[in-house]
Write a protein that binds this ligand. Structure first.
Ligand code: SAM
Ligand code: SF4
Ligand code: F3S
Length: 441
């Protein structure tokens, strides 16, 4: 009998984690076994990200390294999946013959058959690039990397077409799943042991807009229904788009204590001109007023943001507006990035690119400002007690479990592995800008 061992590596965002979890479940149900590492695998599955050039280059270089082994033993084969596969899958499969399967996010449902065939007959499978012809994996992600938590994608793709962003081209147009599907999957996941579910969409609050062109109230209502599932202790959602985040979402969050008061609200720039050129669809003033409304409605909430420095044409003064915005709004955390030109997006062909060294300088400056803000916010938590979901061994430090507060702060505590999946009260004993340490009380 042919050995069928796979190993999954996920790069990129939570949507890739969700796709990988679904694929794992489907492969296991077909008799595949999960290897502990790449060395023991007949098939290494790469879920890749296209959002920045560096992530793509790293993935290409890692895939290239398989060549030596493959030439000797014809194993492992690679499955190149995820967003980069939608863009470059065919080209890379021709360059690296050890890529036996490649498919973008819209064609994940074709992958399990293709992997079986690749092992049985040696056939190579390259899915088409038409993102509208979606073929999803239909099973719920029952065999997750983390059994206590689960993601559920509620809407695929994105219609926003921000000028810098590759996502609409690789993940396709915005398409909400039927609410019965989402609820059915969430219930199955809770029966299967998940105590926390995160609802995912690139623009999650626009959920349902494609049903009737309006979508008003649909995400709030979905959130309400999911949070009512018996046994579900925590509900999260990401990512929120400032133009679509409506006050009815805050009403539901206030009424439902199991919806975590943690909101990722990417601002992307602190200058109105840059926001307009990015095609973000809101002004700085509108964003600031939304943050104020959130904080008034949910005083204990944590707000995180994403921001790009060095978008084409961004002047030093405009960049300083981003810095000032960070100082004024004091986010709990910020995912910042230097602008990376993505082929095929409008911003990439502009002639007023900010030089890479200047982008790097701006990034260092902004990160320094944010680190100090996060350091102070986290330091103010020392001595206080929070409920923490302990969910996995900490990446560093023996005997430490990693957990999260409702506001999504990482807390490391000394606790036995058997406690993973438990909610415990922890007193914060020390802090850094990125994480907290605590003791169980
Ligand atoms: N949908 C979300 C939104 O509207 O912000 C996030 C989507 S994107 C997958 C995740 C983050 O990657 C973005 O928030 C943005 O800051 C960053 N990003 C996207 N395109 C980028 C680019 N060309 N260069 C640098 N960062 C980029
Ligand atoms: Fe990209 Fe903009 Fe869509 Fe977010 S909203 S995925 S940044 S196009
Ligand atoms: Fe990357 Fe695709 Fe997510 S481009 S950030 S893995 S949607």
């Amino acid at each position: 009998m042919i050995e069928k061992n796979f190993f999954i590596r996920v790069i990129g965002c939570q949507m890739n984690v969700y796709d990988g979890d679904k694929l794992r479940g489907e492969l296991l149900s077909r008799g595949w076994r999960e290897a502990h590492g790449e060395d023991g695998a007949d098939f290494v599955v790469f879920l890749t990200c296209s959002v920045r050039e560096r992530a793509e280059q790293k993935a290409v270089s890692e895939m290239g390294k398989f060549g030596k082994k493959w030439k000797k033993s014809r194993r492992p084969r690679l499955a190149l999946l995820g967003c980069m596969a939608a863009r470059l899958g065919g080209e890379l499969a021709r360059k690296f013959p050890w890529i036996a399967v490649t498919a973008g996010p819209a064609h994940m449902g074709l992958v399990p058959d293709a992997m079986d065939r690749a092992l049985e007959t040696g056939e190579t499978f390259i899915a088409g690039s038409e993102t509208r012809a979606a073929a999803p994996i239909s099973c719920a992600p029952m065999r997750r990397g983390n059994p206590h938590k689960a993601y559920v994608t509620v809407a695929n793709g994105c219609d926003q077409f921000c000028a810098y962003c590759i996502v609409p081209y690789v993940r396709g147009r915005f398409a909400s799943r039927a609410s019965e599907d989402v609820l059915g999957e969430a219930r199955a996941l809770v029966r299967n042991g998940a105590v926390e579910i995160t609802l995912l969409g690139q623009n999650v609050d626009a959920y349902g807009r494609d049903f009737d062109g309006n979508g008003r109230g649909r995400f709030a209502s979905l959130l309400d229904d999911v949070s009512a599932i018996d046994g579900l202790r925590r509900v999260r959602f990401a990512t929120s788009h400032p133009s679509d985040f409506t006050d009815d979402i805050l009403d539901v969050m206030r009424d439902r204590p199991n919806i975590c008061p943690s909101i990722n609200l990417p601002v992307q720039a602190g200058s109105d001109r840059v926001l307009r050129e990015m095609n973000r669809g809101y002004t700085k003033g509108e964003y600031v007023s939304l943050v104020r409304r959130i904080r008034a409605a949910l005083p204990d909430s944590a707000i995180t943001t994403d921001l790009i420095v060095g978008f084409p044409g961004e002047t030093d003064e405009e960049f300083e507006e981003s810095v000032t915005m960070f100082e004024e709004l004091r986010f709990d955390l910020a995912h910042t990035a230097a602008y990376s030109p993505r082929d095929g997006t409008p911003a990439a062909s502009r002639t007023d690119q900010v030089p890479p060294a200047e982008r790097a300088r701006r990034l260092v400056r902004l990160n320094g400002v944010q680190a100090e803000i996060s350091r102070k916010i986290n330091a103010s938590m020392v001595g206080h007690i929070y409920e923490v979901l302990l969910d996995e061994p900490a990446p560093k430090g023996e005997g430490l479990l990693q957990g999260r507060t409702a506001t999504d702060k990482v807390v490391l505590v000394r606790a036995p592995l058997e406690m993973a999946g438990a909610f415990r009260a922890a007193r914060v004993t020390c802090s850094s800008p990125w994480c907290l340490e605590g003791e169980l009380v």
